[in-house]
Design a protein around this ligand. Structure first.
Ligand code: NAD
Length: 307
């Protein structure tokens, strides 16, 4: 059968390229994200492996006569012109399953850190302040935890939270009813029904026109006074101005963010609030997620090129 040649973007790590060369075929690694270099090198390549860079433009797609697939080990494919790919019959594959355990674990870690003031007391301790009696935390046990977006990550979070003896309610209009029953999770028919009963709300929706700004000033107002908000999905799901207000006036007890409206976040005022903790979009950044992504990508490519 025909030899499969792989082009890897400049940002693709060496061990991933090595595994691709063992499993798929000869690999060429680009030296830069320069479009001219890409077009020159892509001529005889059937597979183009990219990360969040470079931009895979229509110009590249139209000048890639052998190209069959653009592969993104990871989640985001915003840098790929999917319309151009579709028009030329080039498939786009990614590996969203690869980081589900990593993101759900960070969600739980952030929630516990937030409820127990772990980040806050850690930085106080480092500056010499033994704030043992200043901060009284809360448990997850006995709370109502609301999950918005009941996909791969949302379902994992639900299972962990249930093991911590919290009650779980989830909202996702695109998931069939029996999925909630199978997971022994209460289904909220409307977003408001979840927001008004939850002590902790975590976000696990995809980014779309519908979910953009979903956690608006009105939505936050419906949330219980003294509740917590955790976001490891996409920054634009939350109206950050409204969040800032609700944290500053104490309507929300706290928030934990791994993702931001713009990254890195430009709003210093928000991220420096005492009742907000944050991490720099590290939800999927684990060795295991990376290995999973390579495994899944190779499996999908092999499936595609199966003789
Ligand atoms: P998924 O596609 O499995 O689940 C997303 C769910 O959102 C789906 O079940 C879908 O039905 C639901 N949904 C869509 N529109 C909705 C709406 N209007 N209201 C309620 N639910 C809605 O995706 P996933 O793998 O579970 O990922 C969830 C999120 O986590 C995504 O935004 C993804 O980008 C993000 N993520 C973040 C990191 C990180 O580093 N922090 C890493 C990986 C994924």
């Amino acid at each position: 059968s025909e030899e499969i040649r792989v082009l890897c973007a400049a940002g693709v790590p060496e061990d991933m390229a090595k595994r691709l060369s063992e499993a798929i075929g000869p690999v060429t690694i680009l030296k830069s994200d320069d479009e001219n270099e890409i077009i020159q090198e892509i001529q005889d390549k059937q597979v183009f492996v990219v990360r969040s860079k470079p931009k895979v433009t229509a110009n590249i797609i139209h000048n890639a006569p052998a190209l069959k697939v653009v592969a993104r080990p990871g989640v985001g494919t915003d840098n790929i012109d999917k319309e151009a790919c579709k028009n030329k019959g080039v498939k786009v594959i990614n590996t969203p399953e690869a980081s589900a355990a990593s993101v759900s674990e960070l969600t739980i870690g952030l929630a516990i850190s937030l409820l127990r003031y772990a980040f806050t007391t850690c930085s106080l301790l480092k500056s010499g302040d033994w704030a043992k009696s200043k901060y009284t935390g809360r448990t997850v046990e006995g709370k109502v935890w609301g999950i918005i977006g009941f996909g791969g990550i949302g379902r994992r979070v639900a299972a962990i939270v249930k093991a911590m003896n919290a009650q779980v309610v989830a909202y996702d209009p695109y998931i069939p009813e029996e999925q909630f029953a199978n997971s022994e999770v209460k289904r909220a028919v409307r977003l408001e029904d979840l927001l008004s009963v939850s002590d902790i709300v975590s976000l696990h929706v995809i980014m779309s026109d519908e979910t953009k700004g979903m956690i608006s000033a009105e939505a936050i107002q419906i949330m219980k006074k003294g509740s917590y908000l955790i976001n490891t999905s996409r920054g634009k799901v939350i109206d950050h101005k409204a969040l800032m207000q609700a944290l500053a006036n104490g309507h929300l007890a706290g928030a934990a963010l791994d993702v931001f409206e713009t990254e890195p976040p430009s709003d210093k005022e928000l991220i420096c609030l005492d009742n907000l903790i944050c991490t720099p979009h590290i939800g999927g950044s684990t060795e295991e997620a990376f290995i999973n992504a390579t495994d899944i990508m190779i499996r999908k490519l092999r499936q595609m090129f199966k003789p």
